[in-house]
Design a protein around this ligand. Structure first.
Ligand code: UDP
Ligand code: MG
Length: 310
């Protein structure tokens, strides 16, 4: 059967959200009057979500379960969704219902107008701490300013993509993934639709600060060389300063000044440069580590159980 919409929901310990997610997606998608499927990617849940997903799939064949062998992370779960999706339009949605399924119809409307990537922009956010909102706002703006691809701000992974786009994304095998950057990078006709991001229906966020930081690193290293270039800028600045400083010190000394005597100035500049060099080494290490991961060429994810027709 030909499928129009594939809805992908990555699931990591969302047992309490599962029934409501299924109910609302079904209601909305049935009202579209077109064939759809719901791909539930279980990202190594330990709270019984796995059995919950299997039970849903038993009952309703529109639900297609992809069960990971362990937790591979949200971005990888989305990727698996792309691999198994069969629809002409592919939608990524959070399982905690922060992205209201009703918005899918609005995204679909733009798709029917001919847009190939329709991303949902978070206008308002409910039920989140100021810390989360602040770090998220910073995250989007820093990424926007230093990456080479213009990744829309205040936009998460909630989006609809045309089959053409998904086919291109499936060829992008990078390990440290940033799906929203990848879907901006490919081009095509893109447009944003603003929505109100709801509070989580149940459970807690699976994105502690550490994971957000890792995601930010993926975004920056995946889409820019900026951190590598920073070392070069610093090199030029400190070399420039010393070229200016040498004649100044020499002249002051010849004029009998004692201003630059003692070890403090030497110590401070050695420590400063040492610090800059170590940071630069760290940045290099970060990129080399990522290169090493790519070189190993391990599979991106391992499924324990998945639908046969991919
Ligand atoms: N998620 C996942 N794997 C993870 C962490 C999260 O599949 O390792 C899923 C999670 O179940 C949810 C979505 O990714 O459906 C977004 O996560 P969450 O709601 O915790 O993030 P937040 O909305 O707080 O940024
Ligand atoms: Mg959430």
């Amino acid at each position: 059967m030909k499928i129009t919409y594939s809805i992908i929901a990555p699931i990591y310990n969302e047992i309490d959200n599962l029934p409501e997610l299924y109910r609302r997606v079904k209601e909305v998608m049935d009202s579209s009057g077109e064939p759809w499927e719901l791909i539930l990617v279980d990202d190594g849940s330990t709270d019984g979500s796995t059995d919950g997903i299997r039970a849903l799939a038993e009952k309703d064949k529109t639900v297609r379960p992809v069960i990971f062998a362990r937790n591979f992370g949200h971005q990888v779960a989305i990727t698996a969704g792309w691999d198994y999706a069969r629809g002409d339009a592919v939608v990524i949605i959070d399982a905690d219902l922060q992205d209201p399924p009703e918005v899918i119809l609005k995204l679909a409307k733009k798709w029917k107008e001919g847009y190939e990537v329709v991303y949902a922009v978070r206008g308002e956010r409910e039920g989140e701490t100021w810390f989360k909102k602040f770090t998220a706002a910073m995250f989007y703006r820093i990424i926007y300013s230093i990456t080479d691809v213009k990744i829309p701000v205040d936009t998460g992974d909630f989006r609809l993509m045309d089959r053409k786009v998904v086919n291109v994304l499936k060829q992008m095998k990078e390990r440290h993934r940033f799906p929203r950057g990848m879907s901006a990078w490919v081009g095509f006709k893109q447009i944003g639709v603003t929505y109100k991001r709801a509070a989580r229906v149940a459970g807690v966020t699976k994105y502690p600060f550490k994971k957000m930081l890792r995601l930010a690193l993926n975004a920056i290293t995946g889409f820019s060389y900026f951190p590598l270039q920073v070392a070069t800028y610093f090199g030029f600045i400190s070399a420039g300063m010393s070229i200016l400083a040498i004649p100044v010190v020499a002249i002051l000394r010849l004029a009998g000044s004692h201003f630059f005597e003692g070890q403090t100035t030497t110590l401070v500049s050695v420590l400063f440069l040492g610090g800059v060099q170590l940071i630069s080494l760290g940045i290099l290490g970060e990129y080399i580590g990522r290169l090493y991961d790519e070189a190993k060429g391990r599979p991106l994810y391992i499924v324990r159980d998945a639908p046969e027709d991919q």
